[in-house]
Ligand binder design. Structure first.
Ligand code: AMP
Length: 360
């Protein structure tokens, strides 16, 4: 493993949110140092990293100093500006690569890429101007979800539409254009697969999680998910195909819709550790954070085997007060150290651990 970073090497992380914080904790447990780069001085990851830079993502002097101070660069959010990634990539290894950002930053590019890999996505149409709405709506059954192609997250940047008038109003309200109109998928459930791919091309997928969203934000992830062994294998296979097609290094989240017949559509991918993988820290031999650090460090991947059943519950806004008040037996708490609790803000999570049920 000549490409493996030695103990004591420094991992640069773009982004200082809770994912950067959890990556930093995992990195230090493996004997690495981290250097977190984030424009926001109040970033939760700054509390747990030995090195930090507070600077804008387009500050080239600060980026150059950051690159010089680290051995490898990764990121905890997919909206790293393309210019930032292009500037950094020649200076130090950027893992996952800039192509993973380019694909995941644009819903139209993402769907085209996934479909080209032979994996089904929701029927959709590009909406470049208002005149595209009527034919697209007609083709997709008269209703759908109109989404921004860029910068949408946690249900922001999208609206359900059931008529041309609603679609026109949504088109006027949603920015930036172009948009994408997706058919309303009659899914039975939503699941995700978090998968790691190493520098040597080896992959390791965690068990699929069954996800419930509230107000567009992930509320719970339950493992095992209610799905057949065949769909489970299909989901893992699709995730591995996407990771391979991207020549990916690191942890990748792949969200799926499960239809009544057990078939799967990919909703979206995230080139980073994923909220629906937070359960792995409580019940897997290697969790997603360690797995990501191992991958970007060129280390062999760890064992993703799950040892127990689990429900991960996001603590949003004031729900953070479940720590410490709601901590019964089997509950593993994780608070992100954010001082200000706002409605809709992810403040922490709980993992409710139970004995493993045998796979049917
Ligand atoms: P997204 O930001 O694309 O992950 O969408 C947030 C949530 O909206 C998803 O997790 C689904 O619950 C729902 N949703 C998104 N797209 C569709 C669709 N095409 N059909 C039905 N529900 C959807």
């Amino acid at each position: 493993m000549s490409d493996a970073l030695p103990l004591g090497a420094t991992i640069g992380i773009l982004g200082g949110g809770q994912l950067g914080r959890m990556l930093s904790l995992a990195a230090s447990r493996l004997g690495f140092k981290t250097h977190i780069y984030c424009p926001d001085p109040d970033s939760p990851a700054f509390e747990v990293t030995p090195h930090k830079t507070v600077a804008a993502y387009d500050d080239r002097d600060a980026l150059a100093r950051f690159a010089a101070a680290v051995d490898v660069i990764t990121y905890e959010f997919e909206n790293v500006p393309a210019d930032t990634a292009e500037f950094l990539a020649p200076l130090k290894p950027l893992r996952p690569g800039a192509n993973a950002l380019a694909v995941s930053q644009d819903r139209l590019v993402e769907k085209a890429f996934i479909a080209a890999a032979g994996i089904p996505v929701a029927p959709h149409r590009a909406i470049r101007d208002a005149a595209d709405l009527a034919p697209a709506l007609a083709e997709l059954g008269g209703r759908g979800i109109l989404k921004t192609t860029r910068l949408g997250y946690d249900g922001k940047g999208q609206r359900r539409v059931g008529s041309l008038a609603e679609a026109e109003a949504a088109f006027a309200a949603l920015r930036p254009h172009p948009l994408v109109l997706e058919a309303l998928v009659p899914f039975e459930r939503e699941i995700s697969v978090v998968i790691a791919r190493g520098l040597d091309g080896a992959t390791a997928a965690f068990d699929p999680a069954e996800n419930v969203h509230r107000d567009g934000i992930l509320a719970t992830s339950t493992v095992p998910a209610t799905m057949s062994a065949a769909s489970t294998d299909l989901a893992r296979g699709h995730a591995a195909s996407i990771a391979a097609a991207l020549a990916y290094v690191g942890v990748l989240g792949v969200e799926f819709f499960v239809l009544a017949d057990g078939s799967l559509l990919v909703n979206e991918i995230a080139p980073r550790v994923h909220n629906s993988g937070h359960w792995t820290e409580a019940v897997c031999i290697t969790d997603q954070f360690e797995q990501h650090i191992r991958a970007v460090a060129g280390w062999p991947l760890g064992d993703p085997t799950r040892l127990a059943d689990v429900v991960m519950e996001n603590l949003i806004g004031d729900a953070i007060h479940a720590i410490p008040n709601g901590l019964g037996p089997g509950v593993r708490p994780h608070a992100y150290g954010k001082t200000e609790s706002r409605a809709g803000r992810k403040m922490g999570h709980l993992n409710r651990v139970a004995s493993k049920t045998p796979r049917k």
